[in-house]
Design a protein around this ligand. Structure first.
Ligand code: DP6
Length: 324
């Protein structure tokens, strides 16, 4: 019996991953760019256990059933194949944030699972390969392996679609104030959304412009140029949601409060606060701001109705091992 525990942060994408070139390998339609979210994390213990006759999964101290167990076992099959082992595993995972509400729990979950599984098997792989393996479990998980601000490259082969740090966590002191407007589990998962992205007439246009937006946002991060960053991050989020809303069937993730917050944020920015919004596949609004403006943004948010809770995250480090 061998065991390891890993911790990984979720991440928030500034240039979004939406739609795949290859759904099985999760080779994305376009490259994406994100920051890891310190303050939120998943901790996962993997134990390879010869006495097991199937993989087991516990999520937040409860025995997990389908489809979560099936997805984890499927990912463990990939890892067994790569690691050259046939043993089953028991997996215990804990999140410090609600699952399935637009804070990408699958990213931290599959990053922590992949790292813990590899280390528990007594193997050492390069960070680059770990990002490709995590990607097979959940695309955005590839971006939760490296530290700080991370770019994940689109490519036509498994080996070439990897993720890499473009700037360390301490490069720019950004804060993500996450306005939770619903804690319901989302009805349509990202995985099924990716498969219908191409049914939107807007997806090709979104993908065509994605690399130029990414280049602009990468440079804005390197220059700590908030105004340029803010405009393109909001545009990219709007484009992804335009694709979602025009897919067949359409996906509407926004609640009325979501739009209110988006409009307010633009008004606060025009009044001088360095804040912008971005949304994942859910109704919660990630309010990205510079550290100095975080208290004022929080104060403004607290005056709006319909927000259940405000979570705060800063730029996070890499996935790492806690115990083995
Ligand atoms: C909207 O990585 O959750 O958060 O690969 O099917 O697990 P799977 O999808 P996932 O998709 C994330 C989509 C997004 C945008 C992003 O994080 O880039």
């Amino acid at each position: 019996m061998t065991t390891a525990t890993a911790r990984a942060h979720p991440n928030i994408a500034f240039i979004k991953y939406w739609g795949n070139r290859n759904n099985t390998l999760r080779l994305p339609a376009n490259s994406s760019l994100s920051m890891n979210l310190a303050g939120l994390h998943t901790e996962t213990t993997v134990t390879w256990d010869d006495s097991l006759s199937a993989d087991t999964l516990s999520l937040n101290s409860e025995t997990a059933s389908q489809p979560a167990l099936e997805r984890v076992a499927f990912h463990l099959d990939y890892l067994r194949d790569r690691l050259g082992i046939s043993t089953y595993a028991s997996v215990e995972s804990h999140n410090t944030f609600p699952t399935g509400t637009g804070i990408a729990s699958s990213a931290s979950a599959f990053a922590a699972l992949t790292l813990a599984a590899v280390v528990a098997a007594g193997q050492e792989l390069t960070e680059r390969e770990l990002t490709t393996l995590a990607r097979l479990g959940s695309g955005s998980a590839s971006r939760s392996i490296p530290a700080g601000f991370v770019e994940w490259y689109t490519a036509n082969t498994h080996e070439d679609s990897y993720a890499k740090t473009i700037a360390p966590a301490d490069h720019w002191d950004l804060v993500d104030l996450i306005a939770i407007v619903s804690d319901q589990h989302k009805r349509t998962t990202s995985s099924s959304g990716h498969t219908t992205a191409q049914t939107s007439d807007l997806q090709d246009a979104r993908v065509d412009g994605a690399q130029a937006r990414l280049d602009t946002v990468r440079q804005a991060i390197l220059d700590r140029d908030f105004p340029t960053f803010a405009d393109v991050v909001e545009e990219d989020s709007n484009l992804m949601h335009a694709v979602m809303m025009t897919s067949k069937p359409p996906l509407f993730y926004w609640k009325p409060t979501t739009l209110t917050i988006m409009e307010e944020i633009r008004a606060w920015r025009s009044e001088g606060l360095n804040v912008c919004y971005t949304l994942d596949a859910g109704p919660n609004v990630h309010c990205i701001c510079v550290r100095e403006d975080a208290p004022a943004v929080r104060e403004h948010l607290e005056k709006l109705s319909g927000i259940l809770e405000i979570k705060e995250a800063t730029v996070g480090g890499s996935a790492h091992i806690l115990a083995k």
